[in-house]
Design a binder for this molecule. Structure first.
Ligand code: AMP
Ligand code: MG
Length: 408
């Protein structure tokens, strides 16, 4: 009798956009809603939980943009003016005496009655102490009007914004000492594979050092996550069950490895027993296989094990997922069009992310784009996206995503 071999029809690859859309929808369905108040100094990298409204006008009063002289324009007919007061930043002025001017310094409040400032370089101090202005003057010149930056009640930073040095500086200008932020996501990081050994130990036959753990733990910390480093998980079902059971209260289990081949996919087996798991074959290179599922209600993302694949899939998919869990609205990295500094003659059926460096205004790609070569990324400034079915040539514009956009 002839054995009948059933060949399952190959599923089409999932476009990156679809995977991202699905992940973001999953993130929106499981938002981290707990918030906490933290001092500005502890808010770097956190996500603002409520809209920040201005509690004061900024600047609170008109002030001088220059070191110079404040006057009322209508008082000046071309004749020199007497100087009747000196106003330093941080000091309250007297109203301006009509027909005179005030010596004023940058950031000092304009005296009542003054409506323009002439910079000191255009003023000539006469022997009798009066000042002659040598250039024409205009109403409002060198004056920073009250409220030019914000007005009381205006939305200054929207909820869902990640707080960096600039946002924190802005919050400080408005007098905020604390901000309401979203609780840090707790992420368990697992590295799967019998071959893995931690740096510092010696390698046995067939073993390699675990690089993904370091890569992901550091990256997650930069993203403001609390990391539960669950170490290396051997390719063993019982140990995998035991490890998963001991992870405790986390928002995400992030694993690497074991997603490409069914045989050593013990994480997948354990997850299927206790929840559900989907294997997505993505139309990207590196990083074709990716899993998403739940273990006892906790979301799990399984990234491919090759380090460059881990990098690309974490940056393009897991990172936006984690940010969206915290309510971040803008999760897409800024990307730029740059001329290709290479030829790509063979069109692929997957979107390629080539580790590339910007040199002389062109994107040059690393010589070895293998998904196992993390050095390609260490050499690079970011990745060039080569879309499915395209063959960019030297000088043609390609999309470049800088690592600086992904790593923070
Ligand atoms: P896997 O998906 O488990 O078959 O792994 C794919 C490739 O990535 C194999 O060459 C693994 O040895 C390698 N790999 C998996 N996990 C890691 C890791 N944590 N660090 C470095 N290489 C890894
Ligand atoms: Mg493995």
């Amino acid at each position: 009798m002839t054995a009948v071999v059933e060949v399952a029809p190959a599923r089409p690859l999932m476009p990156l956009e679809e995977a991202l859309e699905r992940l973001l929808a999953l993130a929106e369905a499981a938002p981290i809603t707990t918030t906490e108040r933290v001092a500005l100094g502890a808010a770097e990298g956190r996500v603002l939980a409520c809209d920040l409204l201005a509690g004061l006008d900024l600047p609170p009063w008109p002030n001088s943009a220059m070191d110079g002289y404040a006057l009322r324009l209508a008082d000046w007919q071309g004749e020199p003016l007497a100087v009747t007061q000196r106003i330093f930043a941080g000091h309250a002025p007297e109203p301006l005496q009509p027909g005179t001017c005030a010596r004023i310094f940058t950031g000092a409040p304009l005296p009542e009655g003054a409506d323009c400032v002439e910079m000191q370089e255009n003023a000539e101090v006469l022997e009798d102490g009066r000042v002659r202005f040598v250039e024409p003057l205009a109403l409002g010149q060198n004056v920073r009007p009250k409220g030019q930056e914000t007005r009381v009640g205006e939305l200054v930073i929207a909820a869902g914004t990640r707080l960096g040095p600039i946002q924190l500086g802005l919050a400080a200008t408005l007098g905020f000492a604390e901000l309401e932020v979203v609780r840090r996501p707790r992420v368990a990081v697992l590295s799967t594979g019998d071959e893995l050994v931690e740096p510092g130990l010696s390698l046995g036959p067939g073993q390699i050092y675990n690089s993904n753990r370091r890569l992901l733990v550091s990256w997650l910390q930069r993203l403001g996550c609390e990391v539960l480093d669950a170490g290396i998980l051997p390719d063993d079902l019982e140990r995998t069950r035991h490890c998963l059971g001991g992870l405790g209260d986390v928002d995400l289990i992030l694993s690497t490895g074991g997603v490409s081949v069914g045989e050593a996919d013990y994480l997948g087996l354990a997850l299927r027993e206790a929840g559900e798991l989907a294997l997505w074959k993505l139309a990207i290179k590196p990083g074709k296989p990716l899993t998403f599922g739940h273990y006892q209600g906790v979301p799990v993302i399984g990234l491919p094990g090759n380090p460059a694949s881990t990098l690309v899939t974490f940056g393009l998919l897991a990172r936006p997922y984690l940010l969206r869990r915290q309510g971040v609205s803008k999760v897409a990295p800024l990307c730029f069009s740059v001329p290709a500094g290479f030829d790509w003659p063979r069109p692929g059926n997957r979107r390629e992310y080539l580790r590339a460096r910007i040199e002389d205004g062109q994107a040059r790609i690393y010589k070895n784009q293998s998904s196992g070569v993390l050095r390609s990324a260490a050499w690079a400034d970011g990745v060039v996206e080569v879309r499915e079915g395209t063959t960019p040539r030297q000088g043609e514009l390609v999309t470049f995503i800088p690592f600086s956009e992904l790593l923070g």
